[in-house]
Structures are given as C-alpha cells and as structure tokens.
Design a binder for this molecule. Structure first.
Ligand code: FES
Length: 394
C-alpha cells in the first residue's frame, strides 16, 4: 500500500513539474503589469507619508488639535479607532519620532479629502515636542508620518459589546476617535467614557465630545479639583464609580497618565474584573526609571560608554543610566527608527553585543526569542554598564 502511495506521489509531482516547466516556456517575456494583491497591500500599508497641516484649533485651554492631509490630497490609509500615528520631527542633526493617538475617526480618513487629527496638550515641563507643536507648528507645515500603529482598538471577537473607557487628561484622544466612529454607525459598540480631569478648564475636546452624545455614546466628566458649581461626578475614577457605569459584561479600555494606570489597576482589582476584559494603551516612556521594581540604584548617577555599530562604522557616545538607549542615540544625532516609544512596536529593536541593560518591566514587549538572543527595544532599555549595540542604518 505504502509503495503504491509513494509511486502515486512521485507521478503527481512529476506532472506538476512538467506543467510548471511548460508555463515558464510559454510565458510572455514582458514584465507582469498588474499586481492587484500588491496594489491593495500598498494602499493599506503605504509606510510613511508626506502630510501637511491643514487646520489647527483649540481643544482646551492647554491643548490643540492639528489636522493632517496627504500632500497632494486623496484618501489616507485605513486604521482602527484607538490607534496612534508616528510623526517625524527633524531636530538639528537628529530625526526624532513621537507617537500620538489619532483623535479623528477612521471614516474621516477614507473620504476623498481624507484627514487625520491629533490632539496635543502642552507639557508640564517634560515634553519639549508637545510644546513645540503647541507653540510653533502652523498650517502649511509638512511632516512625515506613519498612520495606524498600536493594538489599542476595539475587537468585537474579543471585547464585550459594552465598553467603559477610563480616560485621564489627554488620554481622551483614542476614545474621541472611537466615539466618532460609533456615532457615525461604523463601529458597533456601546461606549461609556469616564473622563477624569482636575478642573473644567482641563477637559480636552469637550465641545466635540458633547456633540457625539447619543444612544451608543455616553461621556461622563469627573472632576477631582475643587469646583463648587460643578454639577457632575466628582473625585477620581474609583471602583465605586466604575461599577455605577458598568454593564454585567463590560470591557474596560484605559488611557491616561502613568500614575492613573497604577491607581486603576488597584480599583479594577477590587471589582474582580477578569484580565481579558481590561485593555491598556501603551504605558509611554517611563518618567523616572529609578522608581521601577528591580532598578539597580547603584547605577543611577552613572554615565556609561555606548558603542554603536552601524554596518562597518562604530561610534562611542555617552549614555546616562537613567535615560533609554534611544534617548542617548538621539542626543548624539544617531538615527534610529522609533514608533510607540513604549517597548511595544519593536521599531527600535536592537542587538546588545556586550554589556548590560535594565529593561523597564512595564514596557517589555519583546518576543520570547528576542529575549533569548540578546535583543532589546532600545526605547525601554537603560544601560547599567558600558554597552555595545548594533543598530540598522537608517
Ligand atoms: S519605539 Fe516601539 S518598541 Fe521602541
């Protein structure tokens, strides 16, 4: 029986080989002109695009919304409500990239004059690019940008129909995108946004969110500051408040400052919410790496030598123990591709040839094999000795 099967297989394979050879011999020598699959792939994943700022408006007393269209016009690539875009900023010798959650809806990008919007709040002293955007960027300025990154989006096969979004500060932006998509009827879920702000002046995108209120979108503003005339909810996004707005089966999406993430971990634990029902937006670059568990405090004031291998070229630059490898490279004007700057996307994947680094545990998005073979995400890796790394030439 087995011998018979084997002979059949050999016979079948030789027939296929013959047919292939015949196809090669009779094929046209002209190049293939149509590539329908490639065309779809290029439309959906065009890589970095040239974008122009076409509108800037106030989103609150401390934040601005910027609208981007494709240079030359046309549709923009699709993305999920909740994803972010990466913008490049040439700064002197360096090219610095920053991720920003998209606050407009996917349907608005797919129109003939498609656009995406980001909403950026002025920093509290630790974000010079945020201040640069608020102070210097004007209509007509152009940028390179990558649209549609990240895993923070609603997936009906995984998430419950009822979603409670827990937002703080400018963390409202991915939920503004989701609310717009739901209000347009192109995203099927019931969205309740619990939006924590210190004062009513801090509420970002308030007027636009008010307009989206409807059968499937509900926005609850929660103020933690002392504002005697405030008619709505007060305090923080506590377990009690979250329970009040939850349905029996709810998925929780969380986006806000790092301190809020820690607080909400505790509050959701009090409600016994299963982990699969909780989605966090990426954590962002650690504000103070020395505060994370296991950080070797003996290193914190050190500046190490970072040897950077690119092709046949080697540079030796200083790298502070409390700054990520990405920051050290950018300070030295050495280009490295970045996206999320939160250890998730892998754009900054780097091989450590020698030396040791501390990996921020909240931002360790490496694959298991990368851990085994000495790769790190440079945005989440901090030197704890002299280090030698190998990065691609960009
Ligand atoms: S920039 Fe995304 S992992 Fe480093």
């Amino acid at each position: 029986m087995k011998v018979k099967g084997f002979i059949k297989d050999v016979g079948g394979a030789s027939r296929v080989t013959k047919a292939r050879l015949n196809a090669f011999e009779t094929a046209s020598p002209l190049p293939v002109r149509e590539d329908p699959i490639g065309n779809v792939a290029r439309e959906w994943h065009p890589g970095k695009l040239d974008l122009v700022v076409t509108e800037i408006r106030e989103a609150s007393k401390t934040a601005k919304t910027l609208r981007f269209e494709k240079v030359g016009g046309g549709k923009l690539p699709p993305f999920y409500a909740g994803q972010f875009m990466v913008l490049d900023f040439p700064m002197g010798k360096s090219l610095i990239s920053r991720p920003y959650s998209i606050s407009s809806a996917p349907w608005q990008a797919r129109q003939d004059k498609g656009f995406v919007e980001i909403t950026v709040r002025r920093s509290k002293g630790d974000g010079f690019i945020c201040d640069h955007i608020n102070d210097n960027v004007k209509v007509g300025d152009t940028f390179r940008g990558l649209i549609g990154c990240g895993q923070f989006y609603y997936e009906p096969l995984r998430d419950a129909k009822h979603v409670v979004a827990l937002a703080g500060g400018v963390g409202i932006t991915p939920f503004a995108s989701m609310a717009r998509e739901v209000a347009n009827g192109t995203l099927d879920m019931d969205l309740t946004i619990l939006y924590g702000s210190v004062s009513s002046n801090d509420i970002t995108l308030k007027a636009e969110l008010d307009k989206l209120e409807g059968e499937h979108v509900h926005v609850v503003h929660v103020l933690s500051g002392d504002e005697p005339d405030w008619p709505g909810e007060r305090g923080f996004l506590t377990a009690e408040l979250i329970r009040k707005y939850s349905a029996p089966d709810t998925t929780y999406f969380i986006c806000g400052p790092q301190v809020m993430y820690r607080f909400l971990h505790g509050e959701l634990a009090k409600l016994d919410i299963p982990r699969r029902r909780i989605r966090f937006e990426v954590f962002g670059q650690a504000k103070d790496i020395t505060q994370f568990p296991g950080y070797p405090m003996a290193c914190k004031d050190e500046t190490y030598q970072l040897t950077v291998v690119r092709g046949l070229h080697e540079d030796v630059i200083p790298a502070k123990a409390t700054e990520s490898l990405v920051v050290a490279l950018e300070r030295a004007g050495i280009g490295i591709e970045t996206g999320c700057r939160s250890g998730e996307c892998g754009f900054c994947r780097t091989k450590v040839l020698s030396g040791s680094v501390y990996i921020c545990p909240e931002n360790d998005g490496r694959r298991g094999a990368d851990k085994d073979f000495g790769y790190v995400h440079a945005c989440a890796a901090y030197p704890t000795s002299d280090v030698k790394i190998k990065i691609p030439i960009v």
